[in-house]
Design a protein around this ligand. Structure first.
Ligand SMILES: Nc1ncnc2c1ncn2[C@@H]1O[C@H](COP(=O)(O)OP(=O)(O)OP(=O)(O)O)[C@@H](O)[C@H]1O
Length: 635
């Protein structure tokens, strides 16, 4: 018996290129930052990132949830409701095709009887013509039904895709980062592809096959109740095998989906961080991690394969058993004059035909398991974002005072990375945040920019929580950046669609991107695969130029110039400061060369704000900052 093997849609590569900062490893550039602009990227780089981000929920479970069975059913019904007419047309045409398919076996039995009766050739010809007409009708109706089913499926898949895209864009940036690119890519490509095939093919096929089974069995019972009952025998075997399978399949397919996502995540991270891996000699460790994921994915796939290897032979047995039983029993009945030859033939043909819908049913039920698991993963995004329209962002109306009140934040719900921070930053103030490694500086920067929502307290700009601000008000620039597939102009114009070439060139010049002037194609230079691949420093300058064009009210810089050589970095920072005069700038400083120019310096230690004042005040106070300053100058 040949089974149509539904294949999973292969994962397609994302259209946009990944971030290009050279020192990245497992970094996951965020696509969008709530309340901040797309010119920003967040997260930590290189060795740091490998250690803790993207964070997985405890136990290695994916950070993104998976929808429950009833939510998946609700979503599927909503898709049918949204295209009720298309669905009904497909189902009705399929039912008609099934009806036409029942005519031929019955007519064949009639032919045998008429021949035995000694009826003439014209009668047999008429019956044969009937078979031909019924078969033709079945072919045409089936084709028409498939067309409608495919159209319905395509429209439904488009809806699923659109909703997924909307939810993806609404994902809080911190959740997107923790989920990891691999999981999101698999959900957005492989899973949606599987859902599409399920909706387009599996759904209608299962429905029609489920209708065919009682109709065919009913036709066989009508011809001969005893022979028709043999069909029940085969169905019982198949039913038992299917039940065994269905009990185990959902968990097995979910595990397979998760293992694939984890593998994709690991491979993506390895590719993105290839350079760092090489620099730190981490190849063996990374390879071991990838191989570990491959082993898990392999085990998960073996698990589902084992289930199929029991299901399919059992189904084959269930398909042939009733035919063999009907022929044996039919032969006996006919020999005793209890059944006509035509009835035995018609029954055997019906029971043989019964295996087709049963086989289709199981084949697609198997696929339906995958489809349901994939749909649960796709719908899982809705559990994070919901479907409620995103409230319109509120624009602050005051003078631009930034306030942190009782702010605390914990990544794991256990230890506070930032605690009890009260701070008011005046409009236009330059604040530099310093402190030892792991003190919470970056976390503070992310809280201020709205990239992270505080676990406690509030971060507001003129009283409005920063994560609800319109894009571009508060911008976070880190050392991880995103280069979009397209020209240099398109990459810059993302931040300012109305800016002219002169504005774009000025922004590039301000951030010291002299390389851009030397490009033969200038702003038309294509960036990304197949085009120019700028190095980490150039990508950082591109991001800073985008930030300038965005002209934010508050700018948070965290290692924003770390990949640029120190002299150019200092020049770039001064130029930025001049251009951003009047804007509030908060700099997370890992080098202390800018602290002297700042209005105030904030010192973070163990998540708390321990010192706050001007450079002179803090040096005079002889505390932590004074120590850091002395160490910086080698005193
Ligand atoms: N994504 C994350 N998931 C879990 N823990 C994190 C995450 N990011 C930071 N942390 C933890 O929060 C604490 C503060 O980290 P943070 O990066 O804010 O400090 P930092 O002062 O910027 O350090 P550095 O100077 O090394 O960048 C650290 O203990 C760190 O391990």
């Amino acid at each position: 018996m040949t089974r149509p093997r539904p294949e999973r849609t292969p994962a397609k590569p994302a259209r946009e290129t990944a971030g290009k900062a050279s020192a990245q490893t497992a970094g996951t550039a965020s696509v969008r930052t709530a309340g901040t602009a797309s010119a920003t990227t967040t997260g930590k780089a290189s060795a740091k990132t490998t250690g803790r981000a993207p964070a997985k929920a405890p136990g290695g479970a994916p950070a993104l949830p998976v929808a429950a069975g009833r939510d998946v059913l609700r979503a599927a019904l909503a898709l049918v409701r949204a295209d009720r007419r298309g669905f009904l047309a497909a189902v009705l045409l399929n039912v008609c095709a099934v009806g036409a398919g029942l005519v031929a076996p019955w007519l064949l039995g009639e032919i045998v009887e008429r021949v035995r009766d000694g009826s003439g050739v014209p009668t047999v010809d008429r019956l044969a013509a009937g078979i031909l007409a019924a078969s033709l009708a079945q072919i045409l109706l089936t084709r028409w039904a498939r067309l409608h089913a495919h159209r319905f499926g395509e429209r439904a898949q488009a809806r699923v895709r659109e909703r997924f895209a909307a939810r993806l864009l609404a994902l809080p940036p911190a959740v997107a980062e923790r989920a990891g690119t691999g999981d999101l890519v698999v959900r957005g490509t492989t899973d949606i592809g599987t859902v599409g095939t399920t909706l387009r093919d599996a759904g209608p096929e299962v429905f029609v096959a489920a209708l065919q089974v009682p109709l065919i069995l009913g036709a066989a019972v009508l011809v001969s109740p005893l022979l028709g009952a043999c069909g029940v025998l085969g169905l019982a075997v198949t039913w038992a095998a299917a039940r065994w399978y269905m009990r185990r399949a959902p968990a097995a397919y979910l595990a397979e989906g998760e293992a694939n996502a984890a593998l994709a995540e690991e491979v993506t991270a390895s590719a993105a961080g290839a350079r760092t891996t090489e620099v730190y000699g981490l190849a063996a460790r990374r390879l071991a991690r990838v191989l570990d994921r491959v082993a898990v994915a392999h085990r998960a796939r073996e698990g589902t394969l084992a289930l199929r290897s029991v299901l399919f032979p059992a189904v084959d047995f269930g398909a042939f058993l009733p035919v063999a039983a009907a022929l044996l029993l039919g032969g006996l009945l006919h020999a005793h004059g209890l059944a006509s030859l035509g009835a035995v033939l018609a029954c055997a043909l019906y029971l043989r035909k019964l295996s087709e819908p049963v086989d289709i049913l199981l084949q697609w039920l198997e696929f339906l398991q995958r489809g349901t698991a994939s749909f649960a993963r796709v719908e899982g995004l809705g559990l994070v974002t919901g479907d409620a329209p995103v409230p319109a962002p509120r624009a602050p109306t005051g003078d631009g005072t930034l306030r942190l009140a009782g702010v605390r934040h914990s990544y794991d719900g256990d230890r506070d990375a930032v605690r009890d921070v009260d701070l008011t930053v005046r409009p236009g103030e330059r604040l530099v945040v310093v402190g030892p490694s792991g003190a919470g500086k970056t976390t503070l920067g992310r809280l201020v920019s709205g990239a992270e929502t505080p676990s406690g307290g509030a971060v507001t700009l003129d009283g409005v929580p920063v994560h609800t601000l319109p894009p571009g008000r508060v911008v976070l620039v880190t050392q991880e950046h995103h280069v979009f597939l397209g020209t240099l102009r398109e990459n810059l114009a993302l931040a300012a669609p109305d800016a002219g070439d002169a504005d774009l060139e000025r922004a590039l010049a301000t951030v010291g991107a002299d390389w851009a002037r030397e490009l033969p194609a200038g702003l038309d230079t294509v960036l990304g695969p197949g085009g120019l691949s700028p190095d980490g420093a150039a990508v950082q300058q591109l991001s800073l130029a985008r930030t300038l064009l965005l002209d934010p009210g508050v700018l948070v810089l965290d290692e924003a110039t770390s990949l640029i050589d120190p002299r150019t970095a200092r020049r770039t920072e001064r130029a930025l400061a001049a251009v951003l005069a009047g804007r509030t700038v908060i700099t997370v400083a890992h080098r202390l060369h800018t602290t002297r120019d700042a209005d105030r310096v904030a010192v973070m230690e163990d998540g708390a704000l321990t010192e706050l004042g001007t450079h002179e005040e803090l040096v005079g106070a002889g505390g932590t900052y004074a120590g850091l300053w002395r160490a910086w100058h080698g005193a």
